[in-house]
Design a protein around this ligand. Structure first.
Ligand code: 5AD
Ligand code: SF4
Length: 505
């Protein structure tokens, strides 16, 4: 079977020779070796009858027909960055000969973890207990953990000590090495741990599997240099590194040639894109280049830091036909005093002025945000400031979080941690305010005709589809599944708070 990935000649990889030193050739080499090892094991299991027992007759037939030799399952926790990483991990596992199952009863289970709040960590430990039971039933199962949580030394120590059944642990800097790490695991018969403290390396041209054929995330940068005092991301994702604009443009062109009409440019702080490149360029100039790509219909990006949002960017958005009318602009707190303690480097007034400037320049923009409640030292007065900003800006929606103490961050050792009951009360009040406003704001386009990207079959209503407006609001409308992946014109008949019911026009 010929396996072609991107522009890479997978078929010409020579596994008889030594592993190439350079990337991504090295990984294609390991993918090919792993594939042949998996195939040999599968054929052995088929001969012994254990494959029939494990997969059942129907699945086994399908596997043999398609050249699949095992099953995989990836569970992704956390943000869009992790989702994008998982698409890359997914593609490597497919290239190795696995096919995807929707449960953890698989031969290769991978958890791509998040550690931004403690809850995310607890979820992973909980799931590991379940995996242990599954592995007892299928001892050939491989369990791999990667992502932000694995960049924390205490986590790795705990897994090594109390979760010995885990096979592979790697972090955020070396996800491209999955096949090599699995190969190491196959030959060494003990836990493989490969965590890098940081990296300057960006490996291009690796395979990637897309969840949707018509839209895709595109990393434009990795890491973060902002060190907001509550946030663990700079410690686990490392220093800011921007991809070369040409690599980004080439990737998007390839995606478009492959049927993608919408892309989401991804970075922790896209507004500081390009500053560390050999030939620095601004995020706004990158957007202008992306806009030129023929066949691309929609451009989204995430996340913007208010302190770096330039007038040039507002202008480029205003002039653009393709950049979506949506800006996610994390506020975190409305109190200047707390913002200072958070190291956010803007004041309440500066945020308000910025939101105002954006709305004046682009009146149909939808603003969304992230807010943390209960940061150390937050008083009722500080919280009132947050409510005040929420009322003035009138966000389309807001992700609200209870402050979570992350060991190693400056905020973790700050005095005056806010009592739980106080935080809970503020959280509830904030949520109510946010939802009230959101219900009023989201319906503002009712009775207008808008472009909608048809995205999927509506799971509630037969014969209906769901799609998104440029400003990211969901619209349900009657339509044929063949429209999925295309931009259609829809009359927004009725607003139901957070979404619309519409008709094709
Ligand atoms: N506690 C609560 N929320 C946090 N976030 C980041 N770190 C923490 C923390 N320690 C939130 C911020 C950020 C979003 C991705 O997660 O609001 O914008
Ligand atoms: Fe965390 Fe702040 Fe960087 Fe966002 S900008 S990832 S909140 S440190």
């Amino acid at each position: 079977m010929i396996i072609k990935i991107g522009s890479y000649e997978f078929d010409s990889v020579k596994i008889e020779a030594e592993a190439p030193k350079e990337e991504p050739a090295r990984q294609y080499y390991f993918i090919k070796i792993c594939r042949s090892m998996l195939k040999a094991k599968f054929e052995q299991d088929v001969a012994l009858g254990s494959a029939l027992k494990r997969y059942g007759e129907e699945n086994l037939e399908m596997m043999e027909k398609n050249g699949w030799y095992g099953t995989f399952h990836i569970q992704t926790f956390g943000c869009q960055m992790n989702s994008r990483d998982s698409e890359k991990l997914d593609a490597v596992l497919r290239a190795c000969g696995f096919y995807e199952t929707d449960t953890e009863q698989a031969d290769f289970v991978l958890y791509n973890t998040c550690t931004v709040r403690e809850n995310a960590n607890l979820k992973v430990y909980g799931r590991l207990g379940v995996l242990n039971t599954l592995k007892k039933k299928n001892p050939d199962m491989t369990i791999a953990l990667c992502g932000c949580m694995m960049q924390e030394e205490e986590v790795v120590a705990k897994i090594k000590k109390s979760y010995r059944f885990v096979d592979i642990i790697f972090g955020t800097h070396n996800i491209f090495k999955l096949a090599e790490l699995w190969y190491n695991r196959l030959i060494q018969q003990s836990m493989v741990v490969d965590i890098w403290k940081g990296t300057d390396q960006i490996v291009e041209e690796l395979p990637s599997e897309r969840k949707y054929p018509f839209k895709s995330g595109v990393n434009i940068m990795f890491g973060c240099n902002n060190f907001c005092s509550y946030c663990i991301v700079p410690y686990v994702r490392g220093r800011e590194r921007s991809r070369n604009p040409q690599d980004i443009i080439n990737e998007i062109k390839r995606l478009v040639a492959d049927g993608v009409v919408e892309i989401m440019l991804l970075g922790q702080n896209v507004n500081s894109y390009g500053k560390t490149l050999e030939n620095p360029i601004s995020f706004a100039s990158l957007l202008k280049q992306v806009e030129e790509i023929e066949g691309l219909e929609r451009i989204r990006f995430m996340t913007s830091h208010p302190k770096d949002l330039s007038d040039e960017l507002i202008q480029v958005m205003k002039d653009s036909k393709k950049i979506c009318r949506h800006l996610h602009l994390p506020l975190q707190s409305g109190s200047t005093r707390i913002l200072k303690a958070m190291n956010r480097r803007y004041t309440k007034e500066q945020f308000l002025a910025l939101a105002d400037k954006i709305k004046k320049a682009i009146p149909d923009i939808s603003l969304t945000t992230d807010i943390i409640v209960g940061f150390p030292g937050e008083t009722e007065e500080d919280f009132e400031d947050t409510l005040d900003v929420v009322r003035q800006v009138r966000f389309d929606s807001a992700f609200t979080f209870i402050y979570s103490k992350r060991t190693g961050t400056p905020a973790a050792v700050m005095e005056n941690q806010v009592p739980e009951a106080v935080v809970k009360d503020r959280f509830d009040r904030l949520l109510k305010e946010v939802q009230n406003i959101s219900a009023q704001v989201c319906g503002r386009d009712v009775h207008t005709v808008q472009q909608v990207l048809a995205e999927e079959i509506d799971s509630h209503e037969e014969g209906w589809l769901s799609g998104r407006l440029s400003n990211n609001t969901i619209v349900h409308f009657k339509g044929d599944p063949s429209l999925i992946g295309t931009l259609v014109t829809v009359y927004l008949e009725e607003s139901r708070g957070f979404y619309y019911m519409g008709t094709l026009s």
